[in-house]
Design a protein around this ligand. Sequence first.
Ligand code: 1DF
Ligand code: MN
Length: 350
Amino acid sequence: MSHELRTGGDRGYLRIATEEAFATQEQVDLLIRLVKDGKADRGITSLWGFYGMNSDGRARQTLDRLLDLGAGRIADMDASGIDVAVLSLTSPGVQAYVDVEDARRVSASSNAILAEAVAARPDRYVGMTAIAPQDPEWSAAEIRRGAELGFRGVLVNSHTHGEYLDHPKFDPIFRALADTGHPLYIHPTTPPDSMIGPMLEAGLDGAVFGFGVETGLHLLRLITSGIFDRYPDLQIIVGHAGEALPYWLYRLNFMHGAGVRSQRYACLKPLRHDLFHYMRNNVLVTTSGMPFEPAIKLCLDVLGEDRVMYAMDYPYQYVPEEVRIHDLLDIADGAKKKLMQTNAERVFRL
Ligand code: 1DF
Ligand code: MN
């Protein structure tokens, strides 16, 4: 039971893929330098020691595809029936850099390269702004500049040197998100040194597990810190079927409520709503790397059909067969069109 994968909407919907990565040569060169100089944390040393410096076939091919915003990428989209790719600077973006000037410079130059690619193929590409949380005020200005360049969202590769966006110093970033109305995509990176030890020891620090645990924690910290009470219109997107939070939601909500009531932690303050409310009003999840019917159905059940969006996770998971799995999901036609096309059009204002 297989069908051809064509662009153009022959199945009643366009396919808009929402977590699609690119890299720039400058970004990669600096990551490799960081790793070689021993200045990267353990996770980035593991991740970019592989993708940047290994001759393994998967590493080489992935890097070639990351660096291609031209004909090769469009050909892969055509071959897998992807109409539109929402593009973002690959993990860890510029967030692993120690030098803040490096982070600002590569963030800005990557945004310029992306803006040019989107301008060349506005029919196929949508861009998200890369930021340098090392400098929150600069990042806020870059979010506003990104909106002027035509980007439709902002993507952060989770923690920055072990710091999380619930820290008050990052507030200018949320101010700028509120002013532009852009959604924030929290994409994974490897866990910080303070978390990675037992994962690295077992070879489970990367996309296999560490990514999801760390990114789920990031979103959960933002929710429990009250970010959505301060910014009720803010929309945050996470990939990989919600980085496990939809699955855990009952327990998270129960135990969070109990923790708040017992006043066990000074940092856990009462929120205006329960965790279900924020997940159903402020959070969207994508199916990147999770073409897995039980997980997608759980997300649809927990968050509702307006809050789940398709993603391929190109080029890390360029598996055209997984597009077919999405096409053949046993869900109503209306829900499928929302999943593949119209939720992304609404969220990214396409
Ligand atoms: C991997 C996966 C690496 C994803 C990534 O960035 C990444 C991987 C370096 O498979 O090692 O972004 N991903 O999104 O699943
Ligand atoms: Mn990804």
